[in-house]
Design a protein around this ligand. Structure first.
Ligand SMILES: *Cc1c(COP(=O)(O)O)cnc(C)c1O
Length: 406
């Protein structure tokens, strides 16, 4: 007999959860592909993808199978013992990228924490303990540990939590001259998102990425790519750096890695990994068998021509739909981003209306996101059905009309 379940609803949130979020007024209870249902049985099309996480939609059968099989086999061993799913997933990530070594953690911020610590450690051991400067960018987002919010370029997330880690400097994104002006013999690393996500879906230019690599080589600084949001097929390649032909020294990825199961990874080369030894860094859950089994199943599907080429096709459909809306309603100044990480930039007149648009979309049966100020962000499943894109676009148009007329 099933135990009685306590009745909870959106109002419960305000009573029991730390007030750091302002969730939508409905509570999702079920998902299948790109459709979601709430407590009242209302149905939604999901263009939010759990913030670029559910890259294969909700409850993909291959991921459900991987989780069930692993769940009946072995859940957790800690890093005192290694496990097969982690070894397989690491081998596949290495085969598909610049990397020779993988470190697993559970969230984007932890992968970045590991990356920043590794950069400081490597440079302090191999070059100089005084070569500690980290160069990062305005509007960057790297997560919420104290090191990660401090490297992030949005003071609203780090103010009030000081003292902050020292020797981190921020310059404008896509401005190579600004980097050239501050990089020097004391620079440890440059940290960058190939497409700024939370900062407003802003891709790095080719010249910027190539120039960063050259400057890092000139000053023997490490280049760190935060692909927490852009990784695992989101851009139409497995990693966004592969569009630029510029390789990092360290890369982090998280959101879509487990398709909704919490897992993240830091990738690096043998040369940089060589400074680490047992005990220097670690975590209890890192490389958990359940997480890695699901991530391996997700990667097997994502890292195929069929899925990656499908991202570009779907992007064309989204662009056509957004352009048609804009022709009629004149609400966007630009549609930017790469692959299925899409930023629709609201006209200045509507820039403070993003939250209203999200709420209106929800009442039309559509889940969307914002990013930065005045940018509507879409990060749907990489395998969303074309019919769901069309239906979602119609709902989006109705939501925008409502807000414009209000
Ligand atoms: C989401 C995000 C993070 C933080 O990831 P969490 O899993 O929330 O800790 C870091 N960097 C980027 C680029 C992100 O988009």
């Amino acid at each position: 007999m099933a135990a009685d379940k306590m009745m909870v609803n959106r109002a419960t949130f305000d009573d029991v959860i730390l007030p750091v979020y302002a969730p939508a007024q409905f509570v999702p209870v079920k998902g299948k592909g790109s459709r979601v249902w709430d407590q009242n049985g209302s149905e939604y099309i999901d263009f939010s993808g759990g913030i670029a996480v559910t890259a294969l939609g909700h409850c993909h059968p291959a991921l459900v199978n991987a989780l069930k099989n692993q769940g009946e086999t072995l859940w957790h061993t800690s890093n005192i013992f290694t496990n097969e799913p982690a070894l397989r997933l690491a081998s596949k990530l290495i085969a598909a990228t610049f990397a020779d070594r993988v470190f697993f953690v559970n969230s984007g911020t932890e992968a970045n924490e590991a990356a920043f610590k590794l950069a400081r450690y490597y440079v302090s051991k191999k070059q100089s303990p005084y070569k500690t400067k980290i160069i990062a960018f305005h509007n960057a987002f790297h997560g919420r540990t104290l090191f990660a919010v401090s490297v992030g370029g949005q003071p609203k997330y780090s103010d009030g939590f000081g003292p902050k880690p020292a020797d981190i400097i921020h310059v404008p994104f896509n401005d190579l001259e600004a980097v050239r002006a501050v990089i020097d013999d004391h620079t440890c690393a440059v940290v960058v998102e190939p497409i700024q996500g939370e900062g407003g879906i802003m891709p790095a230019s080719q010249a910027f990425m190539t120039g960063l690599r050259d400057l890092c080589d000139e000053y023997q600084a490490l280049l760190v790519f935060d692909e927490v949001q852009t990784g695992m097929g989101r851009s139409g390649r497995l990693f966004a750096y592969q569009h630029y032909g510029v390789e990092p020294d360290i890369l982090t990825t998280a959101k879509a890695l487990g398709g909704g199961f919490p897992v993240s990874a830091m990738l690096t080369t043998n040369k940089i990994a060589s400074v680490m030894s047992p005990g220097v860094h670690g975590t209890t859950y890192g490389g958990n068998p359940l997480a890695c089994a699901v991530a391996e199943a997700a990667m097997d599907i994502i890292n195929t021509d069929e899925v990656l080429d499908g991202v570009a096709e779907r992007r064309q459909q989204f662009d056509a739909g957004l352009n048609a809306i804009n022709t009629r309603l004149d609400v966007f100044t630009d549609v930017r981003g790469m692959g299925l990480l899409i930023g629709a930039v609201l006209k200045p007149h509507y820039a403070d209306k993003a939250r209203d648009i999200l709420d209106a979309a929800a009442s039309e049966g559509l889940m969307i996101l914002n990013a930065g100020t005045g940018v509507i962000r879409l990060a749907p499943s990489l395998i969303i059905e074309p019919a769901d894109i069309d239906e979602g676009m119609q709902r989006f148009a109705r939501a925008l009309e409502k807000v414009i007329r209000a």
